[in-house]
Design a protein around this ligand. Structure first.
Ligand code: FAD
Length: 470
């Protein structure tokens, strides 16, 4: 154990109510693992907080020792920010309380919740909080970066549905941020990631919804170009009840996949309709018109089933690498390059993921939250997913090569939750016209950059001269 790790351990030992795990101790190996198997680090100490005062105690001890500190909720940071080598991990996974007020259609939940923890409780009241598509993702990391999912077009981003945050800041004080209190911090927390403190509680709006229509189909390689042309012209005027995601990939060998498509380049279409099923039929049929008829499936799905249906596609411990970007328009050259790329995909689980934002998320003004780029509705995520370390170089090179070929047509900006750990130079791009305001808030709440294992907004050196933002 490093000497500063030992110092933090001795300091916490006296008053910490949760679990403290050091290297070599029972449970440490499981506790140090995060979702992305590409990231294997050995923190000196993992502190699993039992409550808010544990979070304060841990931050205070870490700041005094000057130890590198990672904050972890679900451990799903693609970049691996939920751990560190030789430092402290403040692990929130024991703080998963969810309280729902069905009449007010509001919920409060703790900063260690997984999406599934929130969804199970809100569904008991027939309500939803719009979040991501895999239930084992951490709610904190997802919401603080923005949060997109099946309900984004209907109800907005996750961060658009947060009305208040309670957090412990770098000086270990408890701070509330909402429209009335610390409004600049409230602005920054909606898209600014973990830069400002450890969120211990979210207060959110909920919406009534218990089931959706799910329609899926596979488009064969020869029809991928017309499909992308159809999609780009259809989505700008599509109803907010419709979400249509496209994944370019190699079809699996699963029984449900038509024999002639197995292992071949395809576009997977996944559509959600959140309105009256009959009213959605014509839109779904139109969208699936370029799919192989034998691959088309449609059903009414309970919301909890929707939220867990992709869980096993992204298991813990596999190796992942990602690069992401926005397009204002999907031009013909970009489509040509995408079509050419599908057959070069290096592993069977790797995907080129496309989603169209717009809808309720697109109606929030760009300067209303730190999350921006709502006017560049096409979001692309190149997500390589493989098992063997020997395939690392090939998968990473494929993602980087394709990203570089597509980059000229992208709109500046990137969704920070879809960034890798080697893209720190893109963080100012992620916030572009909002960057100065981000710097001001960071300088005020975390002038020494204690919270730096994130897509990091580095505090100004002259923070003392620019103190007040709220
Ligand atoms: C399988 C999978 C599916 C995904 N699906 C979606 C999706 O549908 N939509 C989407 O928008 N994104 C999605 N993502 C991306 C996801 O939003 C990010 O990976 C996010 O960072 C995960 O949050 P986490 O809490 O699990 O991560 P962690 O690794 O635990 O934390 C990531 C970072 O978040 C910050 N953080 C975590 N907890 C706190 C806290 N309590 N207070 C302050 N800061 C904190 C810290 O900076 C930390 O380094 C997905 C990722 C994966 C791996």
């Amino acid at each position: 154990m490093t000497s500063s790790g030992e110092e933090v351990y001795l300091s916490l030992q006296k008053k910490f109510k949760g679990d403290l795990l050091r290297r070599g101790e029972a449970g440490y190996e499981d506790a140090r693992a995060i979702w992305n198997g590409m990231v294997s680090r050995h923190p000196a100490l993992i502190a699993r907080c039992a409550d808010v005062s544990d979070v304060q105690t841990a931050i205070r001890a870490a700041a005094e020792a000057g130890i590198l500190t990672a904050i972890r909720c679900g451990g799903h940071s693609l970049a691996g920010f939920g751990t560190c080598e030789g430092g402290l991990v403040i692990d929130m996974s024991h703080m998963r309380q969810v309280i729902v007020d069905p009449d007010a259609r509001r919920a409060r939940f703790a900063g260690g919740c997984l999406l599934g923890s929130v969804e199970c409780e809100t569904q008991k009241a027939g309500l939803v909080f719009p979040s991501g598509v895999v239930s084992h993702t951490g709610a904190s990391g997802l919401i603080l970066g923005g949060g997109t999912g099946w309900l984004t077009r209907r109800f907005g981003l996750s961060c658009d549905n947060v009305e208040g945050f309670t957090l412990v800041t770098a000086d270990s004080s408890i701070v509330r941020a909402n429209a009335r209190e610390n409004s600049n911090l409230f602005w920054a927390l909606r898209g600014g990631g973990g830069n400002f403190g450890v969120v211990t509680e979210f207060e959110v709006k909920l919406h009534p919804l218990t089931a959706v229509v799910l329609a899926e189909g596979l488009t064969p390689e020869s029809e991928i170009r017309p499909l992308l042309e159809l999609w780009r012209s259809f989505m700008p005027d599509a109803p907010h009840d419709l979400k249509w995601n496209i994944d370019l990939r190699l079809a699996s060998h699963a029984e449900k996949v038509p024999t002639e498509l197995r292992g071949k380049p395809v576009a997977g279409n996944s559509l959600i309709w959140t309105g009256d099923p009959e009213a959605g039929r014509k839109y779904l049929d139109h969208a699936l018109s370029l799919c192989s008829p034998a691959s088309i499936r449609s059903s009414v799905l309970p919301f909890l089933k929707l939220q867990t249906m992709a869980d096993s596609d992204f298991p813990h411990g596999r190796r992942y690498y990602t690069k992401s970007g926005y397009f204002k328009n999907l031009d013909d050259t970009t489509i040509d390059r995408l079509v050419a790329a599908v057959s070069t995909i290096p592993s069977s689980e790797t995907q080129i993921e496309f989603a169209y934002l717009g809808g309720a998320a697109g109606q929030v003004a760009a300067n209303e939250t730190a999350f921006g780029d709502r006017g560049a509705p096409f979001i692309m995520n190149l997500l390589a997913n493989w098992a063997e370390p020997s395939a690392d170089a090939g998968n990473v090179a494929w993602v980087r090569g394709l990203f570089n070929r597509l980059r000229p047509a992208m709109t500046p900006g990137v969704y920070t939750n879809f960034m890798s750990g080697d893209e720190q130079d893109r963080v100012p791009e992620a916030y572009h016209e909002r960057w100065d305001r981000m710097l001001a808030v960071k300088s005020h709440y975390d002038p020494k950059n204690f919270f730096r294992l994130n897509q990091n907004v580095r505090a100004r050196h002259d923070a003392a001269k620019n103190p007040a933002t709220d």
